[in-house]
Write a protein that binds this ligand. Structure first.
Ligand SMILES: [Zn+2]
Length: 396
């Protein structure tokens, strides 16, 4: 794979997103809310971002965007590089915009592939509706899909030279690697443990002589199985959509590879694409109920210091907490809906940063305020009111 196999220290700091390791356990508990979000989101789905400049475009531009959107990316040398590294056990599926190298069962990969293209559609719609300039990749984007966690761990180590955290269901490795990698969640250890518990309960129910006990154990077993099913669906969906959104946003040059992209902006954008498509929309039109719940619970009494957060969202740590992801989502959602017309300017401002150079907290705050206005009390109040009004479906 040529130079992509080289280990580069810069990858440690901002190399990938730890999303799944942070929220895997929380999401297991949060499944019911996540499942209900697509209908709920319909209420705002028809709403257009306030600063939506799409209507200002002339017909020719819209047509050419549409043409570019529909045009599949050609196959390219990266596919061969990955094939050479992964070996014969990996098969290849090509979609319009991705080449997927996988060693899973065929029926598992089918759903996975459709998820990738749906995410492509959502991210593309986001960038074009907000008039953010898109640079189209020259070839299909590589994605690796492994049959279980062990294989996924081994392949990350082989390709990138890094250990992955347990239960990180997927990762996007940024430049110079620029690929995402996932594994089939049904093979995860904790899923297997829960499945085993459900199997035991069913067995106990079968052997029990007490009809009430039988009924209760069967109910418990089914409850666990339902949870597992919903959790897997939610994880597969939200993690894949989140990581692939990163991959697309970097490849479209909404984020600039190698430059100091503010973490709240990178994660805040990716989290817009986590919810499954609803009846009336997808991506940023759908309210991310799980993130909204965290923001409402965490900041019920005390408002976050938005200015401080924009300058240093991780509070000195390389990874965000679950609250950090949620707050990033809430800030970016506000900017998209209320200050959408300023977003292209912000994206362009970040592009002017130097490759490899760090940005201070002061710089991050200054760039934010130059594009979106001062983060003062007025700004905070408006943001708070906006978040309060978002339709929220409490966990049932
Ligand atoms: Zn991320």
């Amino acid at each position: 794979m040529g130079q992509s196999l080289e280990w580069r220290p810069i990858m440690i700091r901002r190399g990938f997103c730890w999303l799944a390791s942070v929220c895997a356990v929380a999401a297991f508990v949060a499944v019911p809310a996540a499942r209900g979000q697509s209908e709920d989101s319909g209420a705002r789905a028809a709403e257009k971002p306030k600063g939506d400049a799409a209507s200002k475009k002339n017909g020719d531009e819209s047509k050419s965007d549409k043409k570019e959107h529909l045009k599949p990316f050609p196959s390219g040398p990266r596919e061969d590089e990955f094939k050479a590294v992964l070996g014969d056990k990996y098969k290849v599926r090509r979609t319009d915009h991705f080449c997927v190298l996988y060693d899973t069962e065929e029926d598992v990969v089918k759903e996975f592939i459709s998820r990738l293209e749906k995410t492509y559609g959502a991210v593309h719609r986001f960038a074009s509706q907000l008039d953010i300039k898109i640079r189209y990749p020259k070839e299909k984007l590589p994605v690796v899909f492994c049959h279980n966690f062990e294989e996924y761990k081994r392949r990350c180590k082989q390709i990138v030279g890094r250990e992955v955290p347990q239960e990180a269901a997927g990762l996007y490795w940024r430049e110079p690697f620029d690929f995402s990698i996932f594994y089939d969640m049904s093979e995860a250890q904790f899923i297997k443990e829960h499945a085993e518990r459900a199997r035991q309960l069913k067995e106990e129910a079968k052997n029990s002589k007490d009809p009430n006990d039988r009924k209760e154990k069967t109910r418990q077993a089914q409850f666990i199985l339902n949870k597992i099913d919903a959790f897997q669906q939610d994880q597969n969906r939200s993690v894949v959509q989140h990581e692939v959104a990163h991959q697309l946003l970097f490849n479209f040059r909404v984020h600039s590879p190698g430059k100091a992209n503010p973490q709240w902006f990178v994660e805040g954008l990716a989290t817009q694409f986590e919810p499954p498509p609803g009846k009336m929309g997808a991506g940023f039109n759908v309210i991310n109920q799980r993130r909204l719940r965290v923001v409402r619970e965490k900041y019920k009494k005390e408002l976050p210091d938005l200015r401080e957060f924009v300058g240093d969202p991780g509070k000195g740590q390389p990874m965000l907490t679950d609250e950090g992801y949620a707050l990033s989502w809430a800030i970016v959602n506000y900017l998209i809906k209320q200050k959408g017309k300023d977003l292209p300017k912000y994206v362009e401002t970040l592009k002017h940063r130097k490759v490899g150079a760090d940005a201070s907290a002061e710089q991050d705050i200054a760039d934010f305020e130059e594009c979106f206005g001062k983060i003062d009390e007025k700004f905070k109040k408006k943001w708070q009111a906006f978040i309060k009004e978002l339709p929220y479906r409490a966990q049932g």
